[in-house]
Design a protein around this ligand. Structure first.
Ligand code: SF4
Length: 293
């Protein structure tokens, strides 16, 4: 994941599970929407992650434009489709990391960085050489290749990953990624074998909360306390979904409470969960476009 060999990966990109083979060095765009540029939407302190990630000081979040997953219910579509963002150099990205550290950030929190993994890591190396010393959080949808997870061992200190779907048909309908359940579970297994802390976010989707139950059961039975659960109720409808009207509502609070009861019933003593309006703030921050970039 470093040096000229890493850059050559972009000539036939297989960084994410789409493995679309786009020649990004020649300016071709992959399924994720990224080509050879490095496009970043925001670099700023963020206070709405899990308590150990944000703390009182804030997490130094860097939001990368474009996205390999493209969920139909995306809460940050402007960033995911690349409309929001500014093309910058690796050197400028390293400066962003250092600026966040000087602002007191607890960590560098790379949000949806997979398609820019080569540049994000190069910038980390450059910043480390200039005094960056805070931990690195890789904040991901969970749609990651296990190979990439292993390649990032030693670079990433905290895996902050979603586990969204348990069933291929849902993953296909909402993210055009029927392999998501298998791929994300393999990625989480690789994360659990790494040296990093692993926090798995379970996003309850309206009409599909039963998949959250399935994923919780799999995580607890497979990894026990090696992974920390973060239960999320923050889904917010962002438009009309004629094919999937269930996505036009929020998650039923009673269903979410039942999900938390299920986590308790499995004997999980320490986990995170969202409640009330805090959930809204955390998922749809009022972005000032390109802040800090
Ligand atoms: S990161 Fe983008 S270009 Fe690379 S394989 Fe995934 S979708 Fe294709």
């Amino acid at each position: 994941m470093r040096g000229a060999a890493a850059t050559r990966l972009l000539a036939s990109c297989e960084l994410c599970p789409r493995m679309c083979g786009a020649d990004r060095l020649a300016g071709k765009r992959g399924v994720c929407g990224a080509a050879d540029e490095l496009r970043v939407a925001r670099s700023a302190l963020h206070f709405w992650e899990e308590p150990p990630i944000s703390g009182e000081a804030g997490s130094g979040t860097v939001f990368f434009s474009h996205c390999p997953l493209h969920c139909i219910y995306c809460q940050n579509a402007g960033i995911a489709n690349g409309q929001v963002g500014r093309d910058i150099t690796v050197e400028r990205l390293a400066e962003c990391y250092l600026e966040l550290q000087s602002q007191g950030a607890l960590n560098i929190n790379l949000v949806t960085a997979t398609h820019y993994a080569v540049q994000a890591v190069a910038a980390l190396d450059r910043a480390r050489a200039c005094g960056l010393s805070i931990p690195v959080v890789w904040n991901t949808s969970g749609y990651e290749r296990a190979e990439l997870v292993r390649a990032l061992n030693g670079t990433v200190d905290v895996w902050l990953t979603d586990l969204r779907y348990a069933r291929p048909e849902t993953a296909k309908a909402f993210s055009a990624a029927p392999d998501y359940p298998e791929v994300a579970r393999s990625a989480i297994a690789a994360m659990a074998q790494s040296d990093a802390q692993v926090i798995v976010r379970i996003l309850a989707l309206p009409g599909h909360v039963e998949e959250a139950f399935e994923n919780v059961a799999w995580l607890v039975n497979t990894f026990g306390e090696r992974v920390t659960l973060s239960m999320m109720s923050q889904y917010t409808p962002m438009g009309a979904f004629p094919q999937h009207p269930e996505l036009e509502q929020r998650v039923d609070p009673d269903e979410f409470d039942a999900l938390l009861d299920f986590v308790d019933s499995l004997g999980v003593e320490e986990y995170f969960w969202q409640e009330g309006e805090a959930a809204l703030e955390s998922f749809i921050p009022d972005f000032e476009a390109c802040e800090g970039v």
